[in-house]
Design a protein around this ligand. Sequence first.
Ligand code: WTA
Length: 644
Amino acid sequence: MTSAAQDHEQQVYPPSAAFTATANAGPELQAAADADRLAFWDTQARRLDWASPWSEVLDWSDAPVAKWFVGGELNVAYNCVDRHVLAGNGDRVAIHFEGEPGDTRSLTYNDLLAEVSKAANTFTELGLVAGDRVAIYMPMIPEAIVAMLACARLGLTHSVVFGGFSSHALRSRIDDAQAKLLVTVDGQWRRGAPAPLKAAADEAVTGAESIQHVLVVKRTGIDVEWTEGRDLWWHETVEKASDQHTAQPFDAEHPLFILYTSGTTGKPKGIIHTSGGYLTQASYTHHNVFDHKPGTDVYWCTADIGWVTGHTYIVYGPLSNGVTQVVYEGTPNSPNEHRHFEIIEKYGVSIYYTAPTLIRTFMKWGRAIPDAHDLSSIRLLGSVGEPINPEAWRWYREVIGANSAPIVDTWWQTETGAIMISPLPGVTATKPGSAMAPLPGISAKIVDDEAHELGHGGNGYLVLDQPWPAMLRGIWGDMDRYQQTYWSRYAEQGWYFAGDGAKYDEDGALWVLGRVDDVMNVSGHRISTSEVESALVSHPAVAEAAVVGAADETTGQGIVAFVILRENVENTGDQLVKDLRDHVAVEISPIAKPRQISVVPELPKTRSGKIMRRLLRDVAEGRELGDTSTLVDPAVFDAIRGLR
Ligand code: WTA
């Protein structure tokens, strides 16, 4: 890089005096956290309403399973709904819902309280009691949020399964958590047409012994199959139930939800989150990182509730802070590429939180589209899910943020529960592409294999060296895997291994460099290479498969697969590739479909039989091959390349 380019890369964007003057966050946060970290979290927990106090902020004696706010009791839904009503804000809009076909609904906090109470009464009538699990398989409609909050209200543990996942994926999650109730819809709107969802739900629950009822919201009005006794319509049950319900408090460590995420093996992990610590950090980060001002701001997080971002930054963080937010059901280009900007303009969105992959898509569509709209309401922009490249960062700030809105690049994970590393708007001078620094109260290190801390400039592994309130409490049904996955790499030090590479630059700004394990990041979605490999080898034509994430301009990474066919299987070319891609969609989800599949005669393996994905990535990205000296047969690449 030339020094001019380097200067450009290192350009710093200090906060404006005007923003700083009214910012929620100030330097005192870091000072307080530095002075006494646990006292700092004790203070933050008081953002919430507790039914009974805690005796200890953190009990780490059973590490790596933490107990935060020991003995404290609260109701999460009460904190997200009732208390705003009790404080006199019942008429404030909680949710501006924008349906894909153009239908709209606004729910105030009074409305939300009535809806959540009705759903809670129905769930109770169905015989569900605290500790039971409920699966939620729904598009982005208000009932999905109501269902989550009704679970929270009753101490039921929800497991939200992304509506884009297949029936197979849903079934394995229902079985793993032994869910008793499934909440779903008849169909969902996708690009102007209704797409069935109950059909997939039916397939998933056939033979699923734990499921007692399927509760169905009528969203599109399409025909559905009906199983009497098991299936119930939302409008015939929830909508007719009493809207009076008194929330009971639960222990701070009561499990709030399970959310499945991809790891390095084929089987998704059910990440467990609990109540008091999770809500504390969700609320604290939403308030300070997004500079959210209740009653004034209009907030929009474009995630889906099927992912952790939807849990923490659509449901729990924002609602605990009395937000007014937009919830949009559809895709950004339905009916055309103006949709997001129309929504921003229509509702006066002031805080907009999305993923780099969408920003890059907007760039591709061209700035004439956002430029055709009045986006002057925007005062803060957020990014999440993958590293944001400096070019996209600058475009985001200039085109969407009128060259003035601060950008918060927020690093966190399903496992961390809430934002961990991010600039604080009004406090931190930012650099395009850098997540800057751990938040006050959070501690992170960048280390090498031997646990030595790296100085500025060295690439290493990101570890979290202190427990944090929203941390996962384990993997559902598999505490050994919890220990093994996150805590064995730096067992001696007792550090959490995040699975990401990172570095500090010369000025001490933190850069997250991407996954260092076999997890791919496609459009901000976590997908494991081995999950796609197992889906491929479950097809009768495939003997062996190797999957890698190759750099992709828009989606961050794209899935590239190499397969060896079984003996006597004919390679039908495009037809076979299509069959295999469809098969992956059925086994996992359309989002896991490989971008490219090559049929190869052999896969590059080490002498110990390990597939060398690093070399396959070189091939997929069109690079010169790296070190092939440990390969059994380097000539295998001539064959692989010849085919591409
Ligand atoms: C990646 C999403 C760079 C990272 C909240 C992490 C990021 C994984 C960022 C977690 C960011 C998330 N910069 N990388 N700002 N945010 N990641 O569990 O690799 O879906 O480990 O949680 O996304 O993905 P998950």
